[in-house]
Every structure is written in structure tokens, then in C-alpha cells.
Design a binder for this molecule. Sequence first.
Ligand code: AMP
Length: 280
Amino acid sequence: MGSFLREDKEHLRGDVIMVPHGSFISYLSLDFLENDFGTRLFGNKYLFKWESDRDLEKEWLEGSKIRIPMSFDSPEDIDRPVIVKSFGAKGGMGYFLANDTEDFERKSSGLSGGYQIQEYVMGVPMYFHFFFSPLNDELELLSVDRRYESNVDSMGRIPARDQEHMGINPSYTVVGNFPIVIRESLLGQVFDIGEKVVRESRRISEMGLIGPFCLETICTSELDIVTFEISARIVAGTNPFMPSSPYTYAKYGKDISCGRRIAMEVRDALSTDSIEEVTT
Ligand code: AMP
């Protein structure tokens, strides 16, 4: 089982496979990860630039032919409520909402560098944690979460008439995660979206998505799921599901977390001599 690891010293130091997460990608340069890191990563590292660059991410989402928020190239074109995301903003800090072009002009004085103007999709946020197994050629839904974001998630606690005088600037800084079980009739739509994103990932990078990935979405009152972001790796939203989630338990009949699902895939890859199919 371990013989592949021992023979492949070029790429692996000390029989190690790294499982990359968000901070790992933001703190190390993508060029270094792709070319010089020297340790195998579980998943497809060539997709990290596609999730980190807002223009590439948009190309990936558009190419997937799923529903995504409308985006506006110029503030003049704003014809509905929008969310403005500056490229430098991390974790939703520094985003702002605007109702029209004048509102945008009033609020945009602090904007420096690039930004994206996106339709503000009215609905509830839901984050789907998928796992694509290249060995089984199967897409699995591991779990679903919702983020606890400060201060937007506290706005509903203040009556609108009081908010008006408080000069609150909404921010979307993630401070925690809640588990969600979604309405069962939505599952077909969820898998359809996941499969389309996987299909497109193979067009933009040969090996496509491997292992855990997350789609960040808003579900509207018409029950349309609108996807606004992709993470091509494990996300913090899987943490409430240690040791298990209702979806993995239903599939496997035992406790399976995201970490354990990754370990299962590595073990299967080692026993079938196919570690190259799940690591890059
Ligand atoms: P992001 O940094 O893109 O993950 O977004 C941070 C938060 O902003 C999300 O968790 C949502 O609550 C909210 N958000 C982002 N994009 C949209 C959108 N197009 N419509 C409504 N809310 C959004």
C-alpha cells in the first residue's frame, strides 16, 4: 500500500499528502503551490487560481450554465439592489449594498482597486459541501451549512425604524457556521448544479474537481438556487459535521465526516495504485 509513496520521493517528502484549506491557499503563493511545493496535495491544485480570481471564478460559473447573480460592468448600469465586493476584501468585510447608481456613488468613495458589482439576491444563504470521487466517478453531497455573519445576521433584531437612525454599515464577516438540512425536494436541483460545476471544471483544468468542494448559494423564495462562489477544497462549514452528517450517514450507514471521506478516498487510491487520480 505504501510502496507508491516511498518510491515517489520526487514529489513526496516523508510519505505526506497535504489536504489544502482556505488559509493555506491565501497565505502561500499559487505559483509556489503549483510549481515548487514538492508535496502532493489532495485535490486539484490547478483549480485554486480559478477560485481565487473573481474574473476566472465568474468564467467557471458562467461556463457551468447554472443560475448565478447578474453582474454589472459599470455603476451606470445598476437597475436593482446590488452588493459591491472589492477584490481586496476578505471574508465579506468591506462589502456594501447599493440601491441604484446614485447610492453607489455616495458609498463608493472608500473603494480602491478592483471590485465586482453583483445583483443582491434576496433569499437565504446555503453552502453545499460536495465531494467528487474520481475513483467511483460519483458526486456526493456531504453536508450543508449556513454562515453566521456579523453584523448582517443581527440586523433582523433591530426594528427598521431604529436602524434608519443608527447608521449601520452591513458587513459579512464570518464568525461561525450552522448546520442545515435542506428541503428534500431541492436535492435534485442541488445535484444538478454540482454536476454542472464538476463538468465545467474538467474543461478549465484537465483533471477537474477532485474531492471536497463547496458551492456558496442563495435560495430564493421561488426555490431557485443561485450560486455566487466556488471553493475548490475543504471549507470550514464542514466542521459542524464531525463526526457525521445526516447525508453521509444516510449514504454510508455510519459516521463519516469530510476528513474521514478524504481518508477513505486516499486509502482506496493507495490500494488500487491510483494515487495520481486524487492528488496533484
Ligand atoms: P462572499 O465573500 O462572496 O462569500 O460573500 C459573503 C456574504 O455576502 C455571503 O455569505 C452572503 O451572505 C453575502 N452575499 C454574497 N454575494 C451575494 C449576493 N449576490 N446576493 C446576496 N448576498 C450575497
